[in-house]
Design a protein around this ligand. Structure first.
Ligand SMILES: NC(=O)c1ccc[n+]([C@@H]2O[C@H](COP(=O)([O-])OP(=O)(O)OC[C@H]3O[C@@H](n4cnc5c(N)ncnc54)[C@H](OP(=O)(O)O)[C@@H]3O)[C@@H](O)[C@H]2O)c1
Length: 319
């Protein structure tokens, strides 16, 4: 089958480490299902893998991709939950949690094999491309907003790095849930786009927020951390899922303890949260923000766009 895979590790030039070519067809496995991929989407995780973060040379070649929607063996339309090992389904209770493409081949392929318990019905209201955006960035944003920060309609949230997959999801979901959303971006065009997606305010990175917020959605890391700590209300929450710009900011411990802030890490979300997110989209006009779509054969071009940081929203790959 055709697949896009990490052929080598390249910390400085990750796109060059991706190859698109033939990989062995999937093998049937008890309690696992082979899904015909109709759409997959890229995540920053794919770039980290090619840089060697979370993926070792001796695991290569590894098919990338943590997100997919497609056709299950029974002919039904499904969304793939990309977390394997968290609940023991298909792998036994002692296997540690991994995401697709960390231990098991990922979704940038004609077929992906996952524990059958990781399949959710795709709502007919969503296209395959839209459904393929939900499993990682959108699920993580959903968990950050509604589970971890426990935000309620009428509260406020700051979303750092407005153009990203997680960030656009947080803007759209937050606005739809009645939150006052403030977004930051390095790009004027992306700030305009953030306003069009439902943000009330769009600021340059580091600019003073109109009023301190109940929670911050932090995925940028070093470049925005200090601003996040300074922008949240006393007693507020910073939900952090990533560190795209580096993970060594000053911790700002004095502000954290004096303002009694909560800092909560988030990795992906549960199958139940993914089902709730899919239902949220199906029952409303909330849809994943799709930046662009590439054929699987052109996956490297999509990845290059992600690496440049040119995108607003998700980059979809269609086999
Ligand atoms: N823990 C998890 O389960 C989980 C899940 C999803 C993602 N993540 C992590 O979260 C991060 C975002 O993921 P993603 O897929 O949304 O990535 P993405 O689409 O590539 O977005 C990254 C965004 O970060 C902003 N950014 C990058 N460098 C910056 C800098 N130096 N200063 C200010 N902003 C900067 C950019 O926004 P602007 O151009 O608008 O400024 C960019 O659009 C990644 O590190 C990823 O690994 C973790």
């Amino acid at each position: 089958m055709l697949a896009a895979y990490a052929a080598r590790i390249s910390p400085d030039s990750p796109v060059d480490a991706l190859e698109v070519g033939q990989r062995p067809d999937p093998v049937e496995r008890e309690n696992w299902s082979v899904v015909q991929v109709r759409a997959a989407s890229l995540n920053h995780h794919d770039l980290w893998s090619l840089k060697g973060v979370g993926l070792r040379e001796d695991q290569l070649p590894m098919i990338l991709g943590t997100d997919a929607a497609g056709i299950a063996p029974d002919g039904s339309e499904v969304i793939v939950h990309g977390v394997v090992g968290a609940d023991g389904h298909g792998v036994g209770p002692r296997e540690r949690r991994t995401l697709l493409s960390e231990k098991y081949d990922g979704a940038l392929a004609e077929y992906v094999t996952v524990p059958t318990a990781n399949l959710l019905p795709k709502p007919p209201e969503l296209t395959f491309a839209e459904a393929a955006c939900l499993g990682t960035a959108w699920l993580t944003a959903y968990r950050m907003l509604f589970t971890v920060a426990d935000l309620k309609p009428g509260q406020s949230v700051l979303v750092q790095g407005a153009g990203g997959g997680v960030a656009t999801a947080a803007i759209v979901l937050g606005a739809a849930a009645g939150l006052e959303v403030t977004a930051t971006s390095r790009s004027g065009a992306k700030r305009e786009r953030a306003l069009a997606l439902g943000a009330r305010h769009a600021l340059e990175p580091g600019a003073r927020v109109p009023a301190r917020v109940d929670a911050v959605i932090e995925s940028v890391g070093q470049a925005t951390w200090s601003h996040s700590v300074r922008s949240v209300k006393p007693g507020g929450t910073i939900a952090v899922c990533g560190a795209t710009s580096g993970d060594a900011p000053g911790a700002e411990l004095t502000r954290v303890f004096f303002q009694e802030l909560t800092v909560r890490g988030v990795t992906m979300g549960t199958r139940e949260e993914l089902a709730a997110l899919a239902a949220f989209c199906a029952r409303s006009d909330v849809r994943p923000v799709i930046d662009s779509t590439f054929a699987l054969a052109d996956a490297a071009a999509g990845l290059a766009r992600l690496a440049e940081g040119a995108q607003v929203g998700k980059i979809v790959i269609e086999p």
